[in-house]
Design a protein around this ligand. Structure first.
Ligand code: SAM
Ligand code: SF4
Length: 332
């Protein structure tokens, strides 16, 4: 699948629920959110059907996210369904980690190839303030349990000025002794995040260099498996640091937009295909499916979504055409 700007689309992000067991202050309001009824959300069979068709069309990588994907019933079956396809994609997940320790073995056996665990602070009180729950130890246990299985692990942190930016070095420490990549993601002004101040990748590097007593020469760009001919495949710019087993990655969707190499589309939990995170445009696959469409109808609708994929987002200028849906609804 190639979009109107020559970009090959091979990565699908699927939000399997918009519900969550945490309330990260930049993502979800404290009172929670979901007014969706069970029937609003795609079934596991519907998600499987859409993913299988997209894999026939060229998708090579599927990431399950949310809301919190591990609170979705049937998530292990869903992973198993996709890993059993003839043209099975690489299957990944982004999770807050709270429930991961108890399910990691089953997920790994079902075919999960990698897990990104979100962690914004290592301080118990700050975790409680940031997420509304005293569950930091569960997340840490999950990181350890996942590491034991041998599954590929990345840690994602969204640093916010005056909230958790002082934690940057402590989060980076996860990459020191283990082969864990730690990525710092620039906050995007979506929903509850609008009032907060993002930290750019440059700011993150500055803090790391300063805290670990490094000089700029101690950081070496390294794209590893995420590169093709020396060009990064994904949005992260990775660095190796002397003495660290894992890498430090920077993802700067606003200050260093990577739209020119965007290879992704999104499927929301309600069955909307979204060509771009920013814009509100989407195509309703749920209605098509529930009206009894053929596989060809679904493929044709997906091609329309890809043809409509815009050149770039407008998070930097917020042009008024942005999606009013929140990150937990779209699937971050
Ligand atoms: N609940 C899972 C989790 O937290 O990993 C998956 C969904 S969550 C929306 C996915 C990722 O999006 C998390 O790493 C979260 O920190 C990030 N995120 C949420 N809101 C964001 C925003 N406004 N800008 C950048 N990242 C955001
Ligand atoms: Fe839940 Fe993830 Fe949003 Fe936090 S970032 S509230 S864990 S969906």
């Amino acid at each position: 699948m190639i979009d109107g700007f020559g970009r090959i689309i091979e990565y699908l992000r699927v939000s399997v629920t918009d519900k969550c067991n945490l309330r990260c202050r930049y993502c979800m309001p404290p009172e929670g959110v979901s007014k969706l009824s069970h029937s609003d959300i795609l079934t596991i069979e519907e998600i499987t059907r859409i993913c299988a068709l997209l894999c026939e069309m060229g998708v090579r990588r599927v990431r399950f996210t949310g809301g919190e994907p591990l609170i979705r019933k049937g998530i292990t079956d869903l992973i198993h369904n996709l890993s059993s396809l003839d043209n099975a994609p690489e299957i990944l997940m982004t999770t807050n980690g709270v429930l991961l320790a108890k399910s990691i073995e089953a997920l790994y056996e079902a075919g999960l190839a990698g897990v990104n665990i979100s962690l914004d602070t290592t301080d118990r009180n700050e975790f409680l303030r940031m997420t509304g729950s005293d569950l930091l130890s569960d997340v840490i246990n999950s990181i350890n349990a996942a590491y034991e299985t041998g599954i590929r692990i990345k840690i994602n942190c969204v640093p916010i000025t005056g909230i958790n930016d002082k934690e940057i070095p402590k989060i980076a420490e996860f990459a020191r002794n283990r082969m864990i990549d730690v990525r710092f993601i620039e906050l995007m002004p979506i929903g509850c995040a609008a009032g907060y101040d993002r930290v750019t990748g440059e700011g993150v590097l500055h803090k790391i260099i300063h805290s670990f007593g490094l000089s700029e020469g101690d950081l070496h760009p390294d794209y590893g498996e995420d590169s093709q001919n020396g060009i990064p495949k994904g949005p992260a710019l990775y660095y190796r640091i002397k003495g660290f087993a894992g890498r430090i990655g920077l993802i700067d969707p606003i200050s260093d937009s990577f739209c020119d190499k965007c290879n992704r589309i999104r499927l929301t939990s309600t069955g909307q295909i979204k060509p771009c995170l920013y814009f509100s445009d989407s195509i309703d696959l749920r209605k098509l499916i529930r009206d009894g469409c053929t596989d060809e109808d679904i493929k044709e609708a997906v091609m329309r979504a890809i043809a409509a994929k815009p050149r770039e987002h407008r998070f930097g200028i917020l042009d008024g055409n942005g999606d009013s849906r929140k990150m937990y609804q779209i699937g971050g």
